[in-house]
Design a binder for this molecule. Structure first.
Ligand code: RIB
Ligand code: CA
Length: 311
């Protein structure tokens, strides 16, 4: 039995690699890809998602457009990281496959209502607007969700968009608070993990050495995407944030973390969007998330390269 997932995404080069990995992995059945405003506006994230599906040879995949702005704040985008298109790097053809007519939030609700309870995993890779809207609009789906495995947040690593907040959470902190308080089993892949998953030159050469369209496109994506982190952190390569979500679904043994309480700052502008992780369990707040901290990066890249080679 494959694992049924919905990928919610704001592509984004790293989202692209996460989607490619999922489409290359027979253990996973992608029921649909729902797009949200984040790295770039919704019109571009929903365009990029289709380009990625076509790159993977999957023009049959259902792609849905969702929310075009956060719940209670103006949209903040990240062209400085991902480029104007959100997918700068490779030159990919305009998408031919259609966008589904149904709103992403309604697709998430309908899918969770129609699939067996506990069979669908939600995999948010961007701001949590679509997920929060689905939970608010249809609370009956909450007990039907198997798990939410998301890329977002930071604790020991602190912020990447502000001194205290990671981008996905920062863009829509109200949505994040709804998701983190919903009582759904939650796995959080924070910067603490993803900043240890760096595409060094050797690792990028391995992507390129696949000698495929996908391998070349991924190599070009990460070569573009790494500029921001190299300049800011001096790191030896781009952190592959979102692919860690797909990798966790495939090989959870490559990760370690703790089941702790994580709350979201939604009031102070100084720390807006901070994931306040009670790693040392100094509060009486009830644990609500498996918060990951460590990863076998070499094992991850072996998995990435092997799977991308299948496309
Ligand atoms: O902070 C990293 C996250 O923000 C990643 O998901 C990246 O794609 C952006 O959405
Ligand atoms: Ca993303």
């Amino acid at each position: 039995m494959t694992r049924q997932i919905i990928i919610d995404t704001d592509p984004g080069q790293d989202d692209a690699v996460a989607i490619l990995l999922a489409l290359a992995s027979p253990e996973l059945t992608v029921l649909g890809i729902t797009c949200v405003a984040g790295n770039v506006p919704l019109a571009l994230t929903s365009r990029n998602a289709r380009m990625i599906c076509e790159l993977a040879g999957r023009p049959d995949m259902r792609v849905f457009a969702g929310c075009d702005r956060p719940l209670g704040r103006d949209l903040v985008t990240a062209e400085h990281v991902h480029g104007q298109s959100g997918l700068d790097g490779p030159v990919l053809p305009d998408p031919v496959m259609p966008l589904q007519a149904q709103h992403a939030v309604d697709f998430i609700i309908d899918t969770l209502r129609s699939q067996p309870a506990g069979s669908v995993t939600l995999c948010p890779l961007g701001p949590l607007t679509n997920i929060a809207m689905a939970l608010e609009k249809a609370p009956d789906i909450i007990p039907r969700i198997r798990e939410i495995v998301l890329m977002g947040g930071a604790y020991f690593e602190v912020g990447n968009i502000t001194p205290t907040a990671e981008f996905n959470i920062y863009v829509d902190p109200q949505a994040a608070r709804i998701v983190f308080r919903a009582g759904v089993p939650l796995v959080v892949v924070p910067l603490d993990v993803t900043h240890k998953v760096l595409v060094t030159k050797e690792r990028n050469d391995a992507f390129r050495a696949l000698g495929t369209r996908v391998g070349e496109a991924v190599a070009q994506m990460t070569e573009f995407f790494e500029r921001f982190d190299l300049a800011k952190y001096g790191s030896p390569g781009a952190p592959l944030h979102d692919p860690c979500v797909t990798a966790y679904l495939l090989r959870p043994d490559l990760f370690t973390g703790r089941h702790i309480n994580v709350e979201i700052e939604v009031q102070s502008e100084l720390t807006m969007g901070m994931t306040v992780a009670d790693w040392w369990r100094v509060t009486s707040r009830v644990p609500n998330a498996l918060f990951l901290r460590d990863v076998d990066a070499d094992g991850l890249f072996a998995l990435f390269t092997e799977r991308l080679g299948r496309l």
